[in-house]
Ligand binder design. Structure first.
Ligand code: ADP
Ligand code: MG
Length: 235
């Protein structure tokens, strides 16, 4: 029964998102169509509009790609995994981009054995989305500090940047689908994060100071002893 409720709740959310998506995609489509019609009617060279059209198409492409992460039927694979490993994967995936932007990545892990029952791909996706936002919030030569530790029965993950910060009146909106302050943003990244955190019985909080930076704190219940056995057997 509870599962049934959960499912209808999910369908409602997907439905709401789908109508949002239709709206978000119609705007760039209308723009691209308009450009093409004007070009044809006036015998303009399409090259003049090329960059604009490309931007709009890329935006639609990003929107659909990110939307797929929500609705992907792919069965979630919940197993015991190490969060330390997830952080390492995220660092190796983003290191070259950080170097390119002149950012420094600091990583501190108080204990390597911090294990959580998770869908590992989703967990990496969650961290990547937040790290990507951190990069985008810092012009250059920023510092991103990742921390992993345990407190009582919880894993505590911190991702802090030295970026531009988030105005107080926007703090509650950042997790809403399609809320973005970026020219080419989709506004889906953090709503996907929120869903992933919920699916893992976790919590996510944000603290931000203008021109100083932003810190996301995420917690997850640690895997139990029985669940840890699962990890040992799987290894
Ligand atoms: P997008 O990155 O496509 O804009 P997100 O859902 O990832 O969408 O983020 C929503 C908004 O939250 C961003 O547009 C930005 O205004 C704000 N935001 C998120 N993370 C940060 C951060 N680390 N620093 C400053 N602003 C942020
Ligand atoms: Mg984002």
């Amino acid at each position: 029964r509870e599962e049934h409720l959960l499912r209808s709740e999910k369908l409602r959310v997907v439905g709401e998102l789908a109508s949002g998506m239709a709206h978000e995609i119609r705007n760039p489509l209308t723009t691209v169509k308009g450009f093409l019609q004007i070009s044809k009617a006036n015998g303009y060279n399409i090259e003049n509009w090329y960059a604009l059209i490309m931007d709009e198409i890329n935006r639609m492409s990003d929107l659909t790609a990110e939307f797929l992460q929500f609705s992907k039927p792919h069965a979630t694979q919940f197993r015991v995994h190490s969060l330390h490993e997830c952080f390492q994967r995220v660092i190796s995936l983003t290191e070259s981009e950080a170097t390119r932007l002149g950012h420094e990545i600091l990583y501190e892990c108080t204990q390597e054995q911090i294990n959580v029952v998770m869908d590992q791909d989703k967990m990496v996706q969650l961290l990547l989305n937040i790290v990507k936002n951190a990069y985008e919030a810092m012009p250059e030569n920023g510092v991103i500090s990742l921390r992993l530790n345990r407190q009582n029965q919880y894993a505590v993950l911190e991702i802090a940047d030295t970026g531009k910060g988030i105005p107080a009146d926007q703090l509650e909106k950042i997790f809403h689908p399609f809320f973005t302050t970026k020219d080419s943003g989709t506004g889906l990244g953090l709503s996907i994060c929120h869903k992933i955190v919920q699916d893992h019985q976790g919590t996510i909080e944000v603290e931000s100071f203008i021109d100083q930076g932003t810190k996301f704190t995420i917690t997850f219940p640690l895997a139990s002893k029985d669940e840890e056995q699962d990890l040992i057997h799987a290894a």
